[in-house]
Design a protein around this ligand. Structure first.
Ligand SMILES: Nc1ncnc2c1ncn2[C@@H]1O[C@H](COP(=O)(O)OP(=O)(O)OP(=O)(O)O)[C@@H](O)[C@H]1O
Ligand SMILES: [Mg+2]
Length: 503
């Protein structure tokens, strides 16, 4: 997976080499130019994904260069820097399509952040425009919260994203936003154009997890008719998010440690070692230190993962974020359900601020969703909150069993039939395919609804559909029914993956 390419154009050698050094450390591919002529030459040869342009070059007017480059590539993000910010050039640069403007001296971290944001916006923009010009992906979830605790978390996210730290451990209670933090790290890093693949270690039975992570070579076992890449190979250049890492079986912990140390692994039944460049983000709501002390988690792996730790605070410890979150969720759910709720009443907000939120942000979102369903007017007044004692980190968790397949999904009042493993057995992939097929069938082919059933983003669903060759035609014809009626179900969150659209 190719890394984003950045051209830094500045005649001040110190500035361009400082920027190149910092951005290179983040993981971008860099090229520098010291004149207008060189800038254009490198622009055509190097084909950058983003340009940082000094407006005051010795042989050219920076604005003219900007116009020429944008005429050749109208989606190219150009970040402008200049010694003299007190001129009309800033306004003109914006009018001509610059995405951001910095006066010298600048804070280099702000430029790095602006680069990550601009590349990310470009990627989303490119992916959203279908041949008929319609948006086809939903806006990713945003992280809301201006409390000092959340500002601190944002800084940690940015620090992880901009240093390409190879391992990050995210801890925190269930529903506090660990998954969101993991995605944000990926999204703001130079890896953003490569896949982000999420694995729930608690949901995959021990005998299948190795195959999922490492893949297999042809003939590795009786049914292995052809080679299959595992997640570590599919995510090359990107991020693997190992959710619920505390539930990873001991044998896999050893193999994971080896990958972290050598960046190499073997597929099941494979002879050769495969090299991979992935960042591993692990998350848990268990107390890993205690698990290490009890001998349930490898100490060496824990120390390796814990080199960078982000502990997401429980919602009850940052209640001041609630009003902004409430408004955000109302607006998102308005768009989703075609409602026009304006806000929550002051009395309702007071009630929300007095609650202890054992289920954290997920509970808040669910409470708002429920209140919106019940509300007839345009102001939310009634919230039904169940008071439970706040959860702390889990002390232990049951090992996943093959019988975990016998689970139930109850979504939006709909109950699926119990899933039974056929006597001849079934691969996890086949099961996942069946589940996606079933969800699409229940949603009459509507991908947004099916993604909601499966508690995954629409991007994830589309990625999985493509992987399994499930027809996209269903989404276009709401009456289209799937022929294969799979009266089965399984865990909805067994394994999800999504790939940000290619750059
Ligand atoms: N700061 C936030 N702003 C907006 N939405 C948030 C925030 N934090 C979490 N959410 C939302 O709350 C829900 C739960 O978040 P998430 O799944 O990331 O939690 P988690 O800590 O990974 O939970 P679990 O341990 O159960 O996996 C998601 O819908 C997420 O988008
Ligand atoms: Mg999670």
């Amino acid at each position: 997976m190719s890394k984003p390419r950045i051209l830094v154009s500045d005649d001040e050698h110190l500035i361009s080499s400082m920027l190149a050094l910092k951005l290179g450390m983040v993981g971008y591919v860099l090229e520098t130019a010291a004149s207008g002529k060189e800038t254009l030459e490198k622009f055509y040869d190097f084909k950058p994904d983003l340009v940082i342009l000094d407006l005051n070059l010795p042989d050219a007017d920076g604005l003219e260069l900007l116009v020429k480059m944008r005429a050749s590539d109208d989606t190219l993000p150009i970040i402008v820097i200049t010694a003299n910010i007190l001129t009309d050039s800033a306004v003109n640069a914006f009018k001509l399509g610059a995405v951001n403007f910095f006066g010298k001296p600048f804070d280099i971290d702000e430029i790095v952040l602006s680069v990550a944001q601009s590349l990310n916006e470009k990627k989303i923009e490119d992916a959203e425009i279908t041949p008929i010009g319609r948006r086809n992906i939903s806006t990713p979830d945003q992280m809301i919260g201006n409390s000092p605790k959340m500002v601190y978390i944002s800084k940690l996210i940015f620090a992880c994203a901009s240093t390409d730290a190879k391992t990050v451990l995210i801890t925190g209670e269930s529903g506090s936003g660990k998954g969101l933090v993991a995605r944000a790290i990926h999204q703001y890093s130079a890896r953003a154009c490569a896949p982000f693949i999420e694995v729930n270690c608690a949901a995959i039975p021990e005998n299948l997890i190795e195959n999922e992570l490492f893949g297999h070579d042809r003939g590795a076992y009786t049914d292995a008719a052809k080679k299959q890449k595992g997640i570590f190979e599919l995510a090359d250049g990107g991020t693997v998010f190992l959710d619920e890492i505390g539930d990873m079986p001991h044998t896999m912990q050893t193999k994971l440690l080896k990958i972290l140390e050598t960046k190499r692994f073997r597929r099941l039944g494979g002879e050769v070692e495969v090299e991979t460049d992935v960042r591993i983000i692990a998350a848990t709501n268990q107390n890993l230190t205690q698990m290490v002390a009890d001998g349930h988690f490898r100490g060496d792996l824990y120390y390796r993962l814990n080199m960078m730790n982000i502990c997401v605070p429980a919602l009850r410890h940052r209640l001041e974020d609630i009003p902004a979150m409430v408004q955000y969720f109302i607006e998102r759910l308005n768009a989703e359900y075609g409602r026009r709720i304006k806000m929550a009443s002051n009395e309702a907000l007071e009630k929300l601020l007095a609650h202890s939120w054992p289920g954290n942000v997920r509970e808040l979102r669910n409470a708002i969703e429920r209140a919106m369903m019940l509300e007839k007017g345009n102001v939310l007044t009634h919230f039904h909150l169940s008071e439970e004692s706040p959860q702390t980190y889990r002390a232990s968790s049951p090992e996943p069993q093959a019988s975990d397949y016998k689970a139930f999904v109850a979504d939006q009042g709909q109950r699926f039939a119990e899933f039974q493993l056929p006597p001849e057995g079934m691969s996890l992939e086949e099961m996942e395919k069946q589940m996606i097929t079933l969800a699409l069938e229940n949603a009459s082919g509507n991908q947004s609804k099916a993604a909601k059933f499966l508690k995954m983003s629409r991007d994830t669903l589309r990625y999985r559909m493509k992987k399994f060759g499930i027809s996209e035609a269903m989404d276009k014809d709401p009456n289209c029914k799937m022929t294969e009626s799979a009266q089965r179900k399984s865990k909805s969150d067994a394994y999800t993956a999504f790939k940000w659209a290619d750059c």
